[in-house]
Design a protein around this ligand. Structure first.
Ligand SMILES: C[S@@+](CC[C@H](N)C(=O)[O-])C[C@H]1O[C@@H](n2cnc3c(N)ncnc32)[C@H](O)[C@@H]1O
Ligand code: SF4
Length: 363
């Protein structure tokens, strides 16, 4: 059964220095291009059977750059269950009160606000268009507009970040009290401006030990103020775990539409065309705009189940007696995994070395 859809909106006001997600700045793409994109997106949605969705996720890019009416038009194409989770990623500085109220009215019931940092200096280094003040205002406006399920995105281990700066970010998080927090350490991605600055010595990554200390601090602090640490980088108040993303981690099928979107449907993992012209060309011939598709083998399915499932810290995985079982038992012996009545979960030590654990399982 497939009841989740991811909708990719590849426009941003300006490309952030660290980001390698498929998006381009609006300077390159005019409003008419955006209208055309929404039209093609709708045509792509029509290429799939009319499924009933339990979760809808508008991601980007910056979906909040679309007009409310455009988002509404997309939603009208979907059959959506009552009580569905409908999330939209919002960038501060791209919405005002009127737009937030409009989004609420058309049925968006969860916002994921890309705050990244509450420190003006860090926001500037990251290349964000907003300030701390605007970030807090956007959050408060969202509350005033009636959103009762708000997630915020933060990035830590940014260049030269100190423990004190991280603590200041967490102080603000505590005051705002969002239902959900995604907090990732900065990933230095190939091909980004940050990578060039790293190569030329103008930016430096944080020391690994400091990054680990920051992660421990985040876990401690957020747990103390009532958040469940339910996924490696995600924290939620009880009952507010992200339903859509949890489906990815549970290896459940979902449809992905839009430029470069990935999906997993009818046993096939696919990725859409990444060039706008190729994407449009396929849709114009009423073909799904796929660039890659791969049937998921039994081996891949098991591996994905383990690697993704272990990310869910409280749910874990059931390990059957298959070719991975010895590795799982060995990871238990080394203290990276624990066995709770046949359910295997990451330990605190495993959490600090999660990527190594995943590599070990796949090797
Ligand atoms: C694709 S972005 C879309 C959200 C929205 N456009 C924004 O930036 O506010 C989703 C999230 O991924 C995270 N992210 C993107 N690039 C990252 C990187 N290189 N390292 C760590 N986190 C990153 C950010 O927290 C971001 O909010
Ligand atoms: S981080 Fe978000 S706003 Fe920045 S370029 Fe990437 S998708 Fe766009």
């Amino acid at each position: 059964m497939c009841d989740a859809i991811y909708i990719h909106i590849p426009f941003c006001v300006k490309k952030c220095g660290y980001c390698d997600f498929l998006s381009f700045s609006c300077e390159e793409k005019s409003k008419t291009d955006r209208i055309e994109y929404v039209e093609k997106l709708i045509e792509e949605i029509r290429l799939y059977p009319k499924l009933k969705y339990d979760t809808v996720y508008f991601g980007g890019g910056t979906p909040s750059l679309l007009e409310v009416e455009e988002i509404e038009k997309i939603l009208e194409e979907l059959a959506i269950n009552e009580g569905a989770e409908i999330t939209l990623e919002v960038n501060p500085q791209t919405v005002d009160m009127q737009k937030l109220e409009g989004l609420k009215k058309i049925g968006i019931n969860r916002l994921s606000i890309g705050i990244q940092s509450f420190n003006d200096e860090k926001l500037k280094v990251l290349g964000r268009i907003h300030s701390k003040e605007i970030a807090i205002k956007t959050y408060n406006d969202a509350r005033k507009a009636g959103f009762e399920n708000i997630s915020i995105d933060l990035i830590f281990a940014t260049p030269d970040q100190t423990i004190e700066e991280l603590e200041e970010d967490l102080d603000i998080v505590e005051r705002l009290s969002p239902e959900h927090i995604s907090i990732y350490s900065l990933i230095w991605e190939e091909g980004t401006k940050f990578m060039d600055l790293l190569d030329s010595g103008k930016l430096n990554p944080l020391d690994n030990a400091l990054e680990a200390k920051m992660y421990e601090l985040i876990i401690d602090r957020l747990k103390k103020i009532g958040y469940l640490h339910y996924e490696i980088s995600n924290f939620a108040k009880k009952g507010y775990e992200g339903r859509h993303n949890s489906k990815y981690w549970k290896n459940i099928e979902y449809i992905g539409v839009g430029l470069g979107a990935s999906g997993y449907y009818e046993g096939i993992r696919y990725k859409n065309q990444v060039e706008l012209s190729d994407y449009y060309k396929k849709i114009d011939t009423a073909e799904k705009p796929l660039m890659e598709e791969e049937e998921v083998s039994d081996k891949d399915r098991i591996e994905n189940y383990y690697i993704l499932g272990l990310r869910l810290l409280n749910e874990g995985i059931e390990a059957e007696n298959n070719l991975y079982f010895e590795k799982i038992k060995e990871l238990c012996r080394k203290g990276y995994l624990k066995n709770e009545e046949g359910i295997y979960k990451l330990t605190s030590k495993g959490l600090m070395f999660a990527n190594d654990v995943f590599v070990e399982i796949m090797e």
